[in-house]
Design a binder for this molecule. Structure first.
Ligand code: PHB
Length: 402
């Protein structure tokens, strides 16, 4: 053995001995650590919009999460909960910083967030880097459950193209062959357009113009004038929250409502029917939920939510509620021990969520496989016309776990 190989052998021995020592000491610590973890509160952080155009969506999600967990005794896997909150303001440039506040400063075990797809990408980076469990209760950015999918990231809502993948056919069934698309110019609008393009053109329709304005602008006037001059058979769109109510009102005020039927990814009419009033009547949309779903599960949920929070639930409340249900089921399976990652993720992957929207399962890429409903606003309610797509899964293209 020459000098260098004997040196490298002794170095290997030292390394393997120290590894053994570390192994022994951590084995010795294992029991007290787990005992401490079990008796400690589980730290759950909300990163949601509490101000701005999506503020009411954040509140609905938080309500839903709390309601689902309270229904099961208010604990997760037997552990009490300590809650943390950060207002993400739907501001993508602060996404990483805000997620880091919860993960690094508050040391949350679970991060529930968020609504806005651009902000989600910040959370996603922090979740992937830290390994912290992230439940996405809304933001539908495709990448999170496609090429950038991750074992510790689960979505309980949708991909932005899921609702619009079901939108094209009902429009063509009504003979609406030439449509204008309009949305905010950011990931969610682009993703929703991807689904619409696929379903509408496959059914034989033509998108004659794609219009957009920056998020969260609500100066729609110039674009509505352009729509009037284009004279399409229909308009299809993606808007949500306060901006959606404003869009429907401006559409009606511009005199378009009775001339050009308005269709949308169903967020258009969620949580805003009171604010939009008459302007929302007759608007068609596709979504994985409808207030008026006539099932005992939905009725029971709606009654309980309304009496608890003194407001009507919407799709965001349902997504929050299902996030809570998913956490309850996952953490029950591991008795609140988040270090049992494989068992935790397995339980979350294989669960069937008994949702007010109808039962749904998790796709391999961790996104709901769910029915999409066709709805129309009638007398201030999203009335269900039927199932536009049964058990629709996002393709999850490019997702490789591990
Ligand atoms: C998104 O940014 O992904 C988003 C925001 C609001 C919605 C739906 C999707 O209602």
């Amino acid at each position: 053995m020459n000098e260098s190989s004997s040196r490298s052998l002794s170095r290997r021995l030292v390394l393997s001995r120290s590894a053994a020592v570390i192994g022994a000491s951590s084995a010795g610590l294992l029991l007290p650590q787990i005992v401490r973890a079990q008796s400690n509160k589980i730290r759950v952080g909300f990163m949601l919009p509490y101000t701005g155009t999506f503020a009411q969506l954040g509140v609905a999600i938080e309500n839903g999460v709390r309601m689902a967990i309270a229904e099961k005794g208010g604990k997760l896997g037997g552990r009490e909960i300590e809650w943390f909150k950060v207002d993400d303001e739907s501001e993508p440039s602060k996404g990483v910083e805000n997620a880091s506040k919860l993960v690094q400063r508050d040391k949350v075990d679970v991060l529930i967030g968020t609504v806005h797809s651009g902000v989600q990408m910040g959370i996603h980076k922090v979740a992937r880097d830290s390994g912290v469990l992230n439940i996405i209760p809304n933001a539908g950015v495709l990448a999170a459950t496609r090429a950038l999918c991750a074992p510790n990231v689960f979505r309980t809502s949708f991909t932005n193209s899921q609702p619009t993948l079901a939108l094209g056919k009902p429009m063509m069934d009504k003979g609406l062959k030439r449509a204008v698309w309009i949305s905010w110019k950011y990931a969610a609008g682009d993703d929703a357009l991807e689904g619409f393009k696929e379903s509408y053109t496959k059914a034989g329709g033509t998108i004659i113009k794609e219009l957009s304005l920056p998020f969260p602008n609500v100066e729609f006037q110039a674009l509505l004038t352009e729509i009037a001059s284009l004279k399409p058979d229909a308009v299809a769109c993606f808007f949500a929250g306060a901006g959606a109510a404003k869009f429907m009102k401006d559409y009606a005020a511009a005199g378009l409502k009775d001339k050009i039927p308005l269709y949308g990814s169903g967020f258009l009419t969620e949580g805003v029917l009171e604010a939009a009033g008459q302007a929302a009547e007759g608007v068609y949309s596709t979504l994985h939920y409808a207030d008026s779903l006539d099932t005992p599960r939905n009725k029971q949920f709606r009654t309980a939510y309304a009496s608890q929070f003194k407001m009507q639930p919407d799709v965001y409340s349902v997504q929050g509620y299902d996030s809570g249900q998913l956490l309850v089921q996952g953490l029950t399976a591991v008795n609140g021990d988040l270090s049992k990652k494989a068992a935790l993720y397995k339980a979350m992957e294989t669960t069937v969520i008994d949702s007010p929207r109808g039962k749904w399962t998790m796709s391999k890429a961790h996104n709901p496989v769910q029915d999409i409903y066709l709805r129309v606003v009638e007398k201030g309610d999203n009335k269900v016309l039927g199932i536009a797509a049964k058990a629709l899964a996002d393709p999850g293209a490019g997702c490789k776990m591990g």
